[in-house]
Structure formats: C-alpha cells, structure tokens
Design a protein around this ligand. Structure first.
Ligand code: AQP
Length: 335
C-alpha cells in the first residue's frame, strides 16, 4: 500500500432516522478508531440526494447526522467532521472516477438493484453512479481504512478496483492507496425487526422495522415486543439459531449491546421463553440508546455549535482535498 500513513474515512447519509444498524454497524466503530488513527467522518449529503429529499428536511437531517456523530462520541478536536457538499473536490473527483469506472462494474452493484426496485428506468442517474462518488470520497483523501457495515462491502471492492485502474491507466504506480474495509466481525449487519432477511434501513416504511437513535424508552420497548420471531422455542445451539433469521438478529443485537458472546446468550436463555430475551434486550437498548437520543436532541437545540463544527471540518478537509486534487489534475492532464 502506498504511503505509510493510516487514514480513516467514512460517511453516513443524512436521510433521517439514524438507527441501531448505523450505530452498531458503523458509528460505534468510528469512535473506537478515533482513538487510534487520523479520521475523517463525513455527512454525505450528495449521496442523500440520489433519491429525492425535501430541501428543508435535508438541512435538518444534515445537522441531525452531525449531532448523531457527536452524541456517539466523535470528537471534532480529534476527527475531521464535515458535510460532503461543502468540499467541492468530492464532486470533481467523482467526475474523474466516472470516467475510470466501467459500466459493467456498476451493473453488478446490488444496492442499485435493491434501491431502484422494479422500475430501473425511473431511478436517478446519481443513484446508479453512487458507488463512483463513494470511491471519490475515499480517494480524495487517499484514505486507507474504511469502517462500514457489511452492506457496503461491494461498493468498497469497486472503489479498490477504481483506485487500481486509475493507478494503472495513468501509470501512477501506488498513487492511490488501495483502501481496506473495516467491517465489524461480530455483527456486521443489523436486520429489520420485521423481516430478518432484510437489513435495518432508514428508508424502510415501517417504523417498527428499526430502532431509531431518538426513540423513547416506550418506543424501544414497544418495537422489541412487536419484533417478529418464529413460534419455535429458544434455539438450543448456534446451528439452529443460524437457520432462524429473526431469532438470530435479536440474539446478535443482544450479544453486541451487552458485550457478551452469542454462546453465552444461548446458554443464559436456553429453555426460557423468547419474551424473556425481548424484555432483557429492551432494557439493554433503553440503557444504551436513550442517552444517545437525548444528546442528539440537546445538540439539535444549538445549531450555531453544529454549524461551527461543520465549518472547522470543512476547512481542514478542503485543505487535504486540494493538496491531493492538485496532483490528480496533473496526473490526468487537466490544466
Ligand atoms: N442495517 C445495518 N447494519 C449494519 N450497518 C449498517 N449501516 C447501515 N445500515 C446498516 C451502515 O451505516 C453506515 C451509514 O449508512 P448510510 O446511511 O450512509 O447508508 P445505507 O447503508 O444506505 O443506510 P440505510 O439505513 O439503508 O439508509 P437509506 O435507507 O437512506 O439507504 C454505512 O457504513 C452502512 O454500512
């Protein structure tokens, strides 16, 4: 890998309803990385508009995602925190990457297929080339380590291919480092509470499909109580658990939130009713998620502070981006 310096980059879309999947799959990891490496965390608003966003709500969501970062423990004195559209280099490099990436590569992206649904002709072009913008986000800073949920693995692989192709095509050996995904090993994907085969998602129509970081203790208890399970008794072992997606999801979440192994959870609840796990899970979620939600709501009362965090982040991010862009323009042959 080119360059010895480790640099973390990741982003979250300001599409509202930050949820448990975003937190456990990505943001919790952001915070632990902040202690070890230089980190850049971005509110990816240009990604958000690949599907239509109400402009007023989008602005609020940019602040709220920033508040979510801070409430989770990101420190603007340690990490660069900013919103993507404030650094124009993201859009500029995305165009260059549009010219490096191949149509065939994008055609294989499953997220586009999932999000565009049955009528692909009506999806925005932005949604189709979303992975190229994501590659530009990462490569603009020559980031080396990318903490994401398992759902983003395919996009990261594409980013690695784009970096490699740019380096080869322009005979710029090792110019872009080939970024490494950092995917949580224990629980890489939190599933919907209504369907254990679908990921928990901000845009899922059913509020009961996810735990939002701003949920009250009553909301959390109600959602976990209603969470889909099957009618079989508590699973005996991991082999049985792995065949039951909804049970697996709840056990996984409980194990992650209480910092215990799946084996221990199975031992603790074996022979008990599923409602016992649900009760303990609600309590554990209320204890860990409600303080985050309260902090987000408190930070949202101080937009001046959130604006100052984003402004400082923008200045620092822009400086790094411009240094790299200067070299990129030179390599590509742009004046
Ligand atoms: N269910 C999940 N489990 C684990 N990780 C997840 N992430 C999202 N959902 C889960 C991770 O959170 C980070 C930010 O994601 P994002 O908001 O930028 O985009 P997304 O993956 O498209 O998330 P959503 O919730 O599904 O948003 P919408 O509905 O707006 O598209 C990423 O690292 C992601 O892996």
């Amino acid at each position: 890998m080119a360059g010895k310096n480790k640099l973390v980059f990741s982003g979250v879309q300001p599409t509202g309803n930050l949820h448990l999947g975003n937190y456990l799959g990505a943001m919790k990891n952001f915070v632990s990385l902040q202690k070890k490496m230089e980190c850049i965390y971005c509110v990816v608003d240009l990604h958000a508009i690949t599907t239509h966003q109400d402009p007023k709500i989008l602005k609020e969501n940019i602040f709220e995602t920033t508040a979510g970062f801070l409430a989770s423990g990101l420190n603007p004195e340690k990490s660069i925190i900013f919103n993507q559209s404030s650094v124009s280099g993201h859009a500029e490099l995305a165009w260059i990457m549009n010219c490096v990436a191949r149509v065939g590569w994008l055609n294989r992206m499953t997220q586009f297929k999932d999000k565009a649904g049955a009528d692909k002709e009506k999806a925005s072009v932005g949604l189709y080339i979303y992975p190229n913008l994501m590659a530009a986000d990462i490569l603009l800073y020559k980031a080396t380590h990318i903490p994401v949920g398992a759902d983003q693995k395919q996009h990261l692989e594409l980013c690695r291919d784009i970096a490699q192709k740019f380096n080869n095509d322009y005979k710029a050996e090792n110019f872009f480092p080939i970024p490494e995904p950092l995917i949580q090993k224990k629980i890489s994907k939190i599933m919907s509470l209504r369907d254990g085969t679908k990921k928990m998602s901000k845009s899922d129509e059913s509020e009961y499909s996810r735990i939002d970081l701003k949920d009250s203790s009553e909301d959390i208890t109600k959602k976990i109580k209603k969470a889909k399970t099957d009618s079989a008794p508590f699973p005996e072992n991991e082999e049985e658990l792995n065949k039951r997606p909804e049970a697996l999801n709840l056990v996984n979440i409980y194990s992650e939130i209480t910092n215990s192994s799946v084996e221990k959870v199975l031992n603790d609840f074996r022979g008990k009713d599923f409602s016992k796990l649900k009760k303990n899970l609600s309590d554990a979620l209320v204890a860990s998620i409600c303080p985050l939600g309260k902090e987000i709501k408190k930070l949202m009362q101080d937009k001046g502070f959130l604006t100052s965090v984003l402004k400082k982040g923008k200045e620092n991010a822009n400086k790094k981006a411009e240094e790299n862009l200067k070299k990129i323009r030179e390599i590509v042959g742009l004046l």
